[in-house]
Design a protein around this ligand. Structure first.
Ligand SMILES: [Zn+2]
Length: 470
């Protein structure tokens, strides 16, 4: 008997946590954060209390109350007995937080399977983010943390794969196959259960830079005549449009070429395609691409993966923006506690905001909204800002967006939008399913599962926590 239980990704975009049981084999496909659910109860100044271990996360249903999966220290911290692991593995489709981040809560002995590039990205996230109970995917510190007592973080067990590898979890074989998404190292899977093959898409698209990757996945999936598909449906109600990375390049280049003053851009640094686009634009326009020390953590790891073909953080035409440092009486005081900054301060390609402000037209500065206060140091008098991210799709984002526009107004920066989504158009998803011809279809990672229709297989509108037996 094969069971599927969905603990996240149900009627929401992301938060995938799918438990698959086949005889003795029990494992999760992804274990991510449900951002929409989290923001229903929490916000910046009303966060889940880490002093309550897992308590706040369980009470608000952000994670399921299942035996034998959680960290011993967090269970004890909330007054429960520790439990031995009762699942064999978690398999990650890619490195986005809505698929990976709640691995942070899992028992140290549960192995995490992911793509090699996915691990590089998780390492980069780990290097440059502050330790926080919701962000301890790669390693964690036992709670409570006792001040003054030095304790080394506990490293999780990672098992890395590439396309062509075979994963065996207890009695179940799993074949990972690359797909194209807005982060490298993304995979779909064919899971060979005792009842037949089940396909899991993870997140994917057909209109990106490497449609061939997704094509390979579809070809393999259809050969196997699967009994079921678990598929993403982020944009299921959208007809095919004209988005492409090439269009982002053309539009961004045109705008940045004609800009007078400072060029500022924002994109997600996990998206290597987008980095390449802006790097290419900067080279062709003969401008320096200025990145942050946080970005450098990502770039250096991408560079290690020769296949990604990106320069490292000291590469030609790349500069690192020095963060604001205190001056005056306390100049000697060693206040830079972040090791990722300290270890890079001796790089030859570091530039200050002051230097940039002298010749703003020589630079394209990659600046995330959360660091917009840096504009005060960059002092642009005019220029252009290319927003290369999705437009706001909820109330919180709308508020931040309005604030962002105020900053742009303050510094006379013209707003331009140029983006290409990581998710397939609905039409492409439906065509993929028609081609693969699964007997059952489980739409997840969508607010509109009813958008899946006119298909040959049985469409299951998933309920959270319910057991589906195949
Ligand atoms: Zn996702």
């Amino acid at each position: 008997m094969v069971n599927l239980i969905f603990y996240g990704g149900v009627k929401e975009i992301g938060g995938n946590k799918i438990l698959l049981e086949d005889g003795d084999a029990r494992f999760f496909l992804d274990f991510g954060v449900s951002f929409s659910r989290r923001s229903r109860y929490f916000e910046e100044y009303l966060p889940p209390r880490s002093a309550n271990g897992l308590g706040d996360f369980l009470a608000t249903n952000l994670i399921p109350d299942i035996r034998g999966i959680y960290r011993e220290d967090l269970l004890v911290h909330m007054g429960r007995e520790p439990e031995d692991p009762e699942i064999s593995a978690v398999i990650l489709s890619h490195a986005h937080a809505d698929h990976a981040n709640y691995v942070s809560f899992l028992h140290k002995d549960i192995p995490i399977y992911c793509g090699e590039t996915c691990k590089y990205i998780l390492d980069a996230v780990n290097e440059q983010s502050k330790r926080n109970i919701e962000n301890e995917v790669v390693d964690f510190k036992r709670r409570p943390i006792i001040p003054g007592k030095r304790e080394e973080p506990i490293k999780r067990k990672f098992k890395l794969f590439r396309t062509g590898d075979n994963i065996t979890i207890d009695s179940v074989d799993i074949e990972p196959i690359h797909v194209d998404h807005s982060v490298p190292g993304s995979y779909g899977f064919i899971i060979y259960t005792s009842k037949g093959p089940i396909v899991y898409t993870g997140d994917l698209r057909m209109h990106g830079t490497n449609p061939g990757l997704t094509r390979d996945f579809i070809e393999r999936a259809k050969e196997e005549r699967p009994i079921a598909i678990i598929t993403e449906g982020t944009r299921i109600n959208e007809k095919r449009g004209e988005e492409s990375e090439e269009k982002v390049y053309v539009k961004a280049k045109e705008e940045l070429k004609n800009a007078r003053g400072l060029c500022v851009v924002d994109f997600n640094f996990k998206d290597v395609d987008r980095f390449r686009t802006f790097y290419r634009v900067s080279r062709e326009l003969d401008k320096f691409l200025v990145i942050s020390f946080k970005h450098a953590c990502f770039l250096e790891r991408y560079h290690l993966d020769g296949k990604l073909k990106v320069p490292d953080s000291k590469g030609e035409g790349i500069l690192l923006l020095k963060p604001k440092m205190r001056t005056g009486t306390y100049a000697d005081y060693d206040y830079i506690s972040e090791p990722y900054i300290k270890s890079r301060l001796n790089y030859p390609n570091i530039i200050t905001a002051e230097e940039i402000s002298k010749n703003p037209e020589d630079y394209i500065v990659v600046l995330n909204y959360w660091y917009f206060n840096t504009l005060i140091d960059l002092k642009p008098e005019k220029g252009v800002y290319v927003h290369s991210l999705s437009e706001p799709f909820n109330e919180e984002m709308e508020i931040s967006f309005e604030r962002m526009m105020e900053w742009l107004k303050l510094f006379n920066l013209r707003y331009v939008h140029a983006h290409c989504s990581g998710h397939a158009y609905g039409e492409d998803i439906l065509n993929m399913i028609k081609e693969i011809r699964p007997k059952k279809i489980f739409p997840i990672h969508t607010e509109n599962p009813e958008g899946f229709k006119n298909l040959d297989g049985e469409i299951v509108i998933v309920k959270e926590g319910e057991k589906y037996t195949l």
